[in-house]
Write a protein that binds this ligand. Sequence first.
Ligand code: LCV
Length: 259
Amino acid sequence: MALIETRLEDAIGTIVLTHARKHNALSRELVSQLVAALDEFRVAGARAVILRAMPGAKVWSAGHDVAELPEGRRDPLGWDDPLRNLVRSIESHPAPIIAMIEGTVWGGAVETILACDIVVATPESTFAVTPARLGVPYNVSGMVTFMSAGSLRIVKELAFTATPISAERAERVGMINHVVALDELEAFCYEMAGTIAANAPLSVASMKEQLRVLAGARPVSPRGFEKVQGLRRLVYDSQDYAEGIRAFKEKRGPRFVGR
Ligand code: LCV
């Protein structure tokens, strides 16, 4: 079943998330379709890509498909997790990707749009970083994505509170590029995409990759990485992690006990 729509016009690729029934949850299937679409755009020589939900979407994406998260004793965000594959595909795509946002954005979908190169959102849009609400130990490269998009203080507030922030606040703190009224959003994004597409694609692609390499360069020692992985394992082996996943599935608030 198609969970996205794609088109390529004047070297501008468009991907529309169309799985509204599940609020575009980033399932393995949806992610595989997104990654395939980006591959097709790369082969076709797209010079800019717009990633959006369907017009009128109340939820842009509800984030990782919680039903596909392990219920414990396994890293929920390991290397081959769909969300990790999606973020890497976005970051390594040669053309700039503009995330065109209307509606609410949750969890791994916030990381997904922050991995995009430019984020343009309506004033009504919100962004919630939710691992703490689910009891999930977010992963190291995901934390780097957040740290590349906002100051450490802002990332801490988003991660520790797990509450949505407005597009206006996200723009004010530099996490997103523009806040644009809904009736101007599409024209604004396609005009920017056209400007990018008219520039030298090799220059743009090399600068995108340079910025990825430099932004992702973090001095973490093997011992430091192993310590972080050990801390994350304590979380995904915990009762609280199992409780967070179970509470979501049972549509109730979680009761965390700190073990
Ligand atoms: C699977 C879903 C989802 C969903 N997965 O509609 O960043 S981390 O670490 O947290 C990472 C692991 C991650 O990204 O986790 C997911 C984080 N996302 C969230 O916490 C948002 C969860 N969703 C919601 O809070 C609500 O669905 C919102 C507020 C987005 C929309 O609420 P609304 O009342 O409009 P429903 O909740 O009724 O959702 C409609 C259907 O989509 C499913 C949900 O289970 C329901 O399916 P059923 O009708 O089969 O029950 N759904 C929503 N989000 N992330 N499935």
